[in-house]
Design a protein around this ligand. Structure first.
Ligand code: HEC
Ligand code: HEC
Length: 365
């Protein structure tokens, strides 16, 4: 009997399975406001992967990358022996398994990196919010999606490999990954013992603990694409009467000038004010226009001009909201599609975070 997978490695493996399942469900299936849980799964994966990379150098024999049979000739030979149904038994990974792990780890690392970049750049959240530019976030998100699809395929192939090993060749690989030991009558399958469990557990705990502390510290850094601005009281009083007092990052400077210069005929209403108040409000809006924010809403909607100067006429806005039933806008808590705050609980701050979207239901007026 040989101890193949040490305790830290097995903990890593099953924790990662949980994290990937959560990340996949919240990434592919649930709506945007589950982004929180998706990020938590991503951070967990990041910590686990960092641990695995360290463990691949300092871990017990079969966990070390150096022990992986990665020679292409080995892989070739192994695949042929599988086809002849006479595969050699390996104590650690067989060549196909080892390549599988390399591909899986590579995709997972790519997913964590692009995920953090997308979160920082597009949503101004997470540990990289203070460095990432919106465009970098956007590109990262595309790569993230491709890598996620790649991971689904890789996991499917991995499971197929486990199935073939268990069912056809009767190697209890699943049990080995749970209890850590491999028993074999084949002499070649017995190698040096892979454990040093107590030392391993301490390593596991200290590395993951340290990484969590670093992660939390980085996540608490204030984002840069978004900033907190002081809203003048007369803005809320004069412009928040008939609809939301919009965040300045929702429109261009030109749009704000035009709105403020045409208040006597304001979308069919007379919203005229005295010259001094107009000048104050205009200065506030123009100073903080969409170009001065690097948030998703500023990039996607705020910076796009429309002939009507309306943000609700921006193509992107229409696309984002096309699945919403007209009747929802008429609910008492919303009133109209121009009341962003009715569904975006943080609209006033200009953040429009995904997890602050709340589609109301039931309170019909
Ligand atoms: C007397 C009521 C009233 C006041 C006061 C008012 N508005 Fe409006 N505003 C409207 C109406 C009505 C619309 C069109 C709403 C709709 O299409 O449902 C509108 C639309 C807008 C829009 C375009 C929304 C869209 O569809 O994208 C902007 C921007 C806007 N107002 C800014 C302002 C600002 C800035 C002020 C303060 C100077 C202000 N409003 C004050 C009634 C008002
Ligand atoms: C009736 C509720 C409702 C109103 C009112 C509303 N939204 Fe939304 N908005 C949503 C929902 C729901 C989504 C998510 C759509 C999706 O991703 O499937 C969304 C998505 C968005 C997004 C994309 C968010 C992201 O991260 O992908 C932006 C930006 C946005 N809305 C801006 C606005 C602005 C600006 C207004 C006001 C002019 C507004 N919304 C009014 C419900 C609303």
């Amino acid at each position: 009997m040989t101890r193949v997978w040490d305790l830290p490695l097995r903990l890593f493996h099953w924790a990662m399975v949980v994290a990937v399942v959560v990340a996949a469900i919240t990434g592919f299936l649930t709506p945007e406001w589950w982004l929180d849980l998706h990020s938590v799964a991503g951070y967990a994966l990041g910590v686990l992967l960092a641990f695995r990379l360290v463990w691949g150098v300092f871990g017990s024999p079969y966990s070390r990358f150096r022990s992986f049979p990665l020679k292409l000739s080995d892989l070739h030979q192994h695949l042929i022996s599988v086809l002849h149904r006479t595969p050699r038994i390996f104590v650690g990974h067989n060549p196909a398994g080892a390549w599988m792990i390399v591909v899986l780890l590579f995709l997972l690392v790519a997913l964590v990196i692009t995920g953090v970049l997308a979160l920082g750049g597009r949503e101004n959240l997470g540990p990289l919010a203070f460095v990432t530019v919106y465009q970098i976030g956007n590109i990262s998100r595309e790569v993230h999606e491709i890598a996620a699809l790649g991971l689904l395929w890789a996991v499917a192939i991995h499971l197929l490999g486990v199935f073939v090993d268990t069912r056809i060749f009767k190697h209890p690989v699943l049990a080995v990954m749970m209890i850590g030991n491999k028993m074999s009558s084949d002499k070649r399958a017995n190698g040096p013992d892979g454990t040093h469990t107590a030392r391993g557990a301490v390593w596991f705990a200290s590395i993951t603990g340290l990484l969590i502390v670093v992660g939390v510290a980085m996540a608490s850094v204030t984002p840069s694409g978004w900033r907190n601005i002081q809203t003048p009281a007369d803005y809320v009083a004069e412009c928040g009467d008939c609809h939301d007092a919009y965040h300045p990052s929702l429109r261009t400077a030109a749009a704000w000038r035009s709105v403020m210069n045409g208040l006597e005929n304001h979308y069919g209403e007379d919203a005229s004010l005295d010259e001094g108040t107009i000048a104050d409000i205009r200065a506030y809006l123009v100073e903080n226009h969409a170009g001065t924010f690097d948030t998703e809403v500023a990039n996607r909607i705020g910076r796009i001009d429309t002939p009507s100067f309306r943000m609700t006429d921006v193509r992107r806005w229409k696309k984002q909201h096309r699945d919403i039933n007209e009747s929802v806008y008429r609910l008492k808590s919303v009133g109209s599609k121009v009341n962003c705050q009715g569904c975006h609980k943080d609209a006033e701050s200009g953040r429009f975070d995904d997890d602050k979207i709340h589609l109301p239901s039931g309170d019909k007026s």
